[in-house]
Design a protein around this ligand. Structure first.
Ligand SMILES: [Zn+2]
Length: 244
């Protein structure tokens, strides 16, 4: 195999490791932010549920007081009836009592409705708090795991970087520039196999000339479809024979 191709394969290997570790490393702060955002959302939801519950409780107390006042008023009006001599005044007071009765009936209905709503809000609040507690402890554990992973990765990324740098030194600078451009532009894959007569990356059918060049392995061959460096992986051929 062309020693240039050999060094490119080595470079691909080391730079892939470096890239993979760096991606993992960069993923950590993103995930951390996502977790904090989720926790914050859950907290706000629980707070909103608590506020709804409290508001209902206040409303219930107000209504209850109003109902008690109206009921007391009715008792008072009824007592007044006994001392009224004038028929017109008597009828007027009776009408007032009727109005109060209707009001109180509505008030009692509303009270039942409110108590029902309060119970629902109480359950919703309980559920939200339980959810917050459960998820917060899970997230907390994940955050700790992320810290741990981050610390471990720092050293691994450094080691991979220095290995990649050594591999770069074995490659001609012009070739490296080309390699780097493809590596960065094509998702971290600058080489592709030519086995079977197809580019292993973009699947284009290779011309007989390119196939011949890659099987010989004495030249730098570029895929016409994706511009990656092509090479014939003879170990795959052996595998195939072994498989048969
Ligand atoms: Zn290709």
């Amino acid at each position: 195999m062309d020693p240039r191709l050999h060094s490119l394969l080595e470079l691909q290997k080391e730079m892939s490791i470096q890239r993979e570790l760096e991606l993992q490393y960069q993923e950590i702060p993103r995930r951390r932010e996502e977790i904090l955002y989720c926790i914050n959302n859950l907290k706000e939801e629980a707070k909103a549920a608590e506020e709804r519950f409290k508001q209902r409780e206040v409303e219930q107390k107000t209504r209850e007081l109003e109902l008690q006042q109206n009921q007391a008023m009715r008792v008072k009006k009824e007592a007044q009836l006994l001392s009224i001599k004038n028929n017109k005044e008597y009828q007027a007071t009776l009408a007032e009592i009727e109005v109060l009765d209707r009001k109180n009936a509505r008030g009692e209905e509303k009270m039942i409705e409110l108590l029902d709503q309060i119970e629902k809000e109480r359950q919703a609040l309980k559920q939200k708090r339980a959810e917050l507690e459960e998820k917060e402890s899970k997230f907390q554990a994940e955050l700790e795991a992320l810290d741990h992973k981050e610390k471990g990765l720092t050293g691994k990324v450094d080691a991979a970087r220095s290995k990649a740098e050594s591999a770069i030194k074995n490659v001609d600078p012009n070739l490296y520039r080309r390699f780097k451009m493809i590596f960065d532009g094509k998702g971290g894959k600058a080489l592709a196999t030519a086995n079977g007569g197809y580019c292993g990356a973009c699947n284009i059918r290779l011309t007989p000339r390119l196939i011949q060049l890659t099987t010989r392995g004495q030249d730098i061959v570029i895929c016409e479809g994706c511009s990656r460096f092509l090479y014939w992986d003879h170990s795959l051929d052996e595998d195939r024979i072994n498989d048969l």
